[in-house]
Design a protein around this ligand. Structure first.
Ligand code: GLP
Length: 261
């Protein structure tokens, strides 16, 4: 079962996750972070950048792999996930850009970009902690409903729902690419720790589906139930549809402090 922690707000979730990641970096200076985009992880990246600066954490050897990328955007497009990760994570934290990988979404070589990315993750020794958001339809990365739990990094077609959801970052919905390249659910499940964040009532159904199932490829988020160490950090609104909410709160209150998340 995933550990569900209901926090006061997004900043509290960001601080809790950032503490755990800083601890990881202190014990493993070349830790491999799995980096999600979207608005959800931003409070975590802000908290991480603040702690790195205030506590003088050495991040010079930290490595990172982004979850996904749009296919076919011109290089340097401000909404490409390469640009977003550079702007929101690499620069504020002071990471070494050479150590941060993003799937290659350019049309040239797209046929083997997925396999190349998988090889790079394996060569790095795998992802230590994978940060995740969740789409309103339950997607992780860009693994839309129906994605195999065994899937690896590959090109996918976005659902119309996801293109509508992401249109806010583009001039219009028709500017949102139709294709993406995303780590698979199988790739995500290989990471050693999953931290899934979700905030607001719009995510309540997706969170309930992910945490309490049923486990089904129709509901990609439910793949986290197959992971031995998955942490779900949610605010009250995103937690609202969880059947076992009282138990999650009780378990958190009684958690031995040495365990962390
Ligand atoms: C995008 C990303 C996902 C993200 C999801 C939710 O489609 N590919 O990784 O989790 O949207 O986005 P947001 O956090 O902005 O709600």
């Amino acid at each position: 079962m995933a550990e569900v922690v209901v926090v006061e707000d997004q900043d509290a979730a960001g601080e809790l996750a950032a503490r755990s990641i800083v601890q990881l970096i202190r014990s493993t200076p070349d830790a491999v972070l799995g980096l999600a985009t979207g608005s959800t992880p931003l409070p975590l990246y802000r908290a991480l950048a603040a702690t790195v600066a205030s506590d003088g954490v050495d991040v010079s050897r930290v490595r990172g792999f982004a979850l996904d990328e749009y296919v076919g955007l011109p290089a340097g497009h401000p909404e490409s996930y390469r640009s977003v990760i550079t702007r929101e994570v690499v620069e504020p934290l002071g990471l070494d850009p050479q150590r941060i990988h993003v799937p290659n979404g350019s049309l040239e070589g797209i046929e083997h970009a997925g396999a190349d990315y998988e090889r790079a993750i394996v060569a790095a020794g795998g992802v230590d902690v994978q940060i995740l958001g969740i789409g309103t339809d339950g997607h992780l990365g860009f693994n839309e409903p129906g994605s195999s739990f065994a899937s690896l990094t590959r090109v996918k077609t976005l659902t119309e729902q996801t293109r509508r959801d992401n249109a806010r970052f583009f001039a219009s919905e028709s500017d949102v690419p139709v294709h993406c390249i995303t780590q698979g659910l199988g790739t995500i499940l290989r990471a050693r720790h999953l931290i899934l964040l979700a905030f607001g009532a719009g995510k309540a159904d997706a969170v309930a589906g992910a945490v309490e199932g049923p486990v089904s490829a129709s509901n990609p988020g439910s793949a986290i139930q197959l992971h031995p160490h998955a942490t779900v950090l949610v605010d009250g609104a995103a937690a609202a549809n969880l059947r076992n909410l009282d138990y999650y709160r009780y378990a958190w209150l009684n958690k031995p402090s040495w365990q962390g998340i």
